[in-house]
Design a binder for this molecule. Structure first.
Ligand code: GLY
Length: 598
């Protein structure tokens, strides 16, 4: 039986009865016929989950910062205390994250920002995504026979490094929305880099795995992360004098040296002279970098306005499609404990990822039909494809929101190396920043005290398939498709209600969509929503998080025909809920972040 376009409000008693009976049957199946769920083998997670420590929601009255490391949160709060805006605080937080969580983000990478400006009640989005060098083309990751090289072979070294955008984004955002002097935003990062900071368990643990092996292929990174040949241990005092120099330079010149001067020269030398995979970046590429202000992607979900980042990130559109499909089902009635909820969630994920893989890429090269992809009638037709009794076979095909499509899909998956920052200041301005160097420890190239990204591996290695081009193929000065989904949500009365986002490679999309469902449909607190076991559906096998309540749904999902894998799912969701007299923050227990406010 197909569930054709059941609108939430028009959910009939008959359908409710049907759904209930399916739920009961599914639950019975879970209880009576447990099927062993395969545990993912060779599960490379360059960003490590630390112990799942329970955290409580944090409540404040005026301002709040939620980020992946307490020292970064302190830096942001310090700026807010001095009268800075959320944007001022964001600069301070990012610079400290670069130092204390170097595996995830920094000025060697790229970022996307959603910013709610309280005074004008407007929302802007900034694209600080890396781009490919001018000399790169669609053969970048092909071997001599024209075949795609292995992902693991091309990540280390210069070939995968995109022209970094995070610093330009910080400068741009601060010029428009900052209040404090730029040079005052670096003091905490400089003090920590000068005097040293305590290496965290997660940074140390990350050095154990694949990311650490990559670093050891490069002298500069080895010297810093493996002093005397031994990986940094939790509690080691780590100083970064090179980064102090870089920060002092940026303090003085706002990025002039980084994009056009001495630091640019060091970046280019590091990329071009890499002992592995020498890259193609020239000084002209750095000098040409521009932050782009783009129109945010906003859509309705159960009376709320959900706003996210448009292409080149696929995050905003794909989250909006998942929610747009789910809106035809009554999740509130089903609740988080019914297997049917997660059946619907994974089927919506398959449909949305099919469209993402075909259509979404850098809009300056291939314009995606975003309005058509998010049109209610189109999503109603997509929702009608969901069969309550069985899983759609994967890969599900993309839809036809527009008539002529001459593209091939790209199913490139990144490995997660990213961080999310949520901030509210006392004027009500909000920052939702997702920031990345792509895989944990990026390309492994360490120059001027920071790591360079491997963002170009977010491009499709294959430029075409079956004679049709892939929208996300490599082209000169093009930005690779991202999955980052910084999100700002307005309530039914139009007021700012939630600020959130997550790291996690292309699973970011599932993590953010699941969290929004938890907040809106299940009315969970930010911390409850963040704590939920994770489930991810990307038009392939279904991932569920080992050791969580989500494992209970594995058998039901398998019985419907899905391949299900249990694995660590290291989201890093950071949420702030805004109410008239209160801010409530939740920080992901899988990482080391915290929410703090006053
Ligand atoms: N590199 C992670 C992302 O952009 O989605």
């Amino acid at each position: 039986m197909r569930l054709v376009a059941i609108r939430a409000r028009a959910f009939t008693q008959q359908t409710i009865g049907f759904v209930r009976s399916v739920v009961v049957r599914s639950l019975a199946f879970v209880l009576l016929c447990p099927v062993p769920i395969s545990v993912a083998q060779n599960d490379i997670q360059p960003e490590q989950t630390v112990a799942l420590t329970s955290k409580d929601s944090v409540v404040a009255t005026h301002e709040m910062v939620v980020a992946a490391h307490p020292l970064a949160v302190d830096a942001g709060l310090n700026v807010l205390e001095r009268g800075g805006t959320a944007i001022d605080a964001m600069v301070a937080v990012q610079m400290v994250l670069n130092l204390v969580e170097p595996q995830s983000s920094g000025i060697g990478g790229g970022a996307f920002l959603l910013y709610h400006d309280a005074q004008t009640q407007s929302l802007i989005s900034l694209d600080g995504r890396e781009f490919a060098p001018q000399r790169a083309d669609e053969t970048l990751f092909l071997d001599d026979d024209g075949k795609p090289r292995r992902w693991f072979d091309v990540v280390p070294g210069g070939l995968s490094v995109g022209v970094p955008g995070t610093l330009a984004l910080m400068d741009h955002a601060h010029s428009r929305f900052g209040r404090l002097e730029w040079d005052t935003l670096f003091e905490q990062a400089i003090a920590l880099a000068t005097n040293g900071f305590s290496v965290s368990p997660r940074l140390s643990k990350s050095l154990d795995g694949y990311g650490g092996k990559r670093l050891q292929q490069f002298t500069e990174a080895s010297d810093y992360f493996f002093p005397n040949g031994r990986p940094l241990q939790p509690g080691d005092l780590l100083k970064n004098p090179q980064f102090v120099e870089t920060l002092r330079t940026i303090q003085r010149d706002r990025g002039e040296s980084f994009y056009r001067g001495q630091i640019a020269g060091e970046i280019v030398a590091s990329v071009k002279e890499s002992v592995l995979n020498a890259g193609l970046m020239d000084r002209e590429d750095l000098a040409a970098y521009q932050t782009i202000e783009r129109t945010p992607v906003c859509s309705q979900y159960r009376g709320h306005q959900i706003c996210g980042m448009g292409p080149p990130s696929s995050g905003g559109v794909t989250v909006a499609q998942i929610l747009g499909i789910l809106e035809f089902f009554n999740l509130e009635m089903l609740g988080p404990e019914h297997p049917m909820t997660w059946h619907l969630f994974v089927e919506a994920g398959k449909l949305a990822f099919a469209d993402r893989n075909l259509f979404l890429a850098d809009p300056d090269f291939t314009e995606a039909p975003i309005d058509a992809l998010l049109a209610r009638e189109y999503l109603r037709n997509r929702a009608a494809l969901i069969d309550l009794n069985g899983a759609m076979a994967v890969p599900v095909k993309a839809g036809t929101p527009v008539d002529t499509v001459s593209l091939s899909p790209d199913t490139t998956d990144g490995l997660p190396g990213t961080s999310h920052v949520s901030i509210i200041d006392r004027d009500g301005n909000a920052v939702s920043l997702t920031t990345t160097i792509e895989s944990g420890f990026g390309s492994g190239l360490f120059t001027s005290g920071f790591l360079l990204n491997n963002e170009l591996t977010d491009f499709s290695f294959r430029p075409q398939k079956n004679g049709k081009p892939v929208a996300n193929r490599v082209e000169p000065r093009k930005r690779p498709r991202s999955s980052m989904a910084p999100t700002i949500i307005y309530g039914p009365d139009g007021s700012l209600k939630y600020v959130l986002g997550s790291p996690g490679g292309s699973r970011i999309i599932s993590y953010v969509a699941q969290t929004i469902v938890a907040l809106i449909d299940f009315d969970m607190s930010p911390q409850e929503a963040v704590n939920q076991g994770r489930i991810s559906s990307r038009n392939g096998s279904i991932d569920i998080e080992k050791g969580t309540e989500m494992m209970a749904f594995g058998s039901a999902l398998m019985s419907k025909g899905n391949a299900v894998k249990a694995r660590d799912l290291n989201s890093g969701i950071h949420v702030i809920k805004v109410e008239p007299d209160q801010l409530t923050g939740g920080a992901d227990p899988r990482r080391e972040g915290i929410a703090r406010g006053r």
